[in-house]
Ligand binder design. Structure first.
Ligand code: 5GP
Length: 179
């Protein structure tokens, strides 16, 4: 299926404002502590890099990354989650924040929480830029949330459709093109 971009759901300035509020919330909660921010590749790259810069210097921040299998060219979750790239560091005893682009069915996050909890971090929290609660199949905790959006497939600000449109500064919905 081919897609074209349709309309803006979340503007660049709205993302900027929200990211700075979440950054302040994270700063308050983790002040004086070490925090491992775990970005989920590739979708969370833009969000993680902006969010980390909104966290103040009194939090000792480090980054790590994980990559899990996702939808590929389709827009539907297969329900199958596989680790493609694991963390570089041991998170045992550390405060960990998973930074996700979007929570849809919740299957990916549920799997990540299970895998990372098993490694016995001191704490494990979740920050998701976008939340599509209508599509949820499993309940997952989201400690910091950017925006709740309706059931639409979205691209931009790190999110893609078949590898395209990650570079857009705003979040757009896409629509299928009839061939
Ligand atoms: P879940 O496992 O919650 O169904 O889906 C999580 C992953 O699916 C996200 O990290 C993202 O990679 C992908 N995903 C879910 N909804 C969307 C969407 O609207 N747009 C894009 N580009 N990816 C999505």
């Amino acid at each position: 299926m081919r897609y074209e971009i349709d309309s803006i759901l979340v503007r660049e300035d709205q993302i900027r404002d929200r990211v700075s509020v979440i950054g302040r919330d994270i700063s308050e909660l983790y002040r004086g502590k070490s925090l491992v921010m775990v970005g989920i590749l590739k979708g969370a790259v833009m969000f993680l890099s902006d969010l980390a810069r909104a966290v103040d210097k009194d939090v000792d921040v480090s980054f790590d990354f994980m990559s899990v299998s996702s939808y590929g060219k389709s827009t539907e979750s297969s329900g199958v989650v596989r680790i493609v790239k694991d963390l570089d560091s041991d998170i045992r005893g550390k405060d960990v924040l998973i930074v996700e682009d979007i929570v849809d069915s919740g299957l990916t996050l549920s799997y990540l929480l299970q895998v990372l909890n098993h490694r016995e971090p001191a704490s494990l929290s979740v920050c998701a830029l976008l939340d599509k609660p209508e599509r949820r199949k499993v309940q997952v905790p989201i400690n910091f949330r950017g925006f709740v959006i309706p059931d639409a497939f979205v691209v931009g600000y790190g999110l893609d459709a078949g590898g395209r449109w990650r570079h857009l500064p705003s979040i757009w919905s896409v629509r299928p093109v009839q061939d």
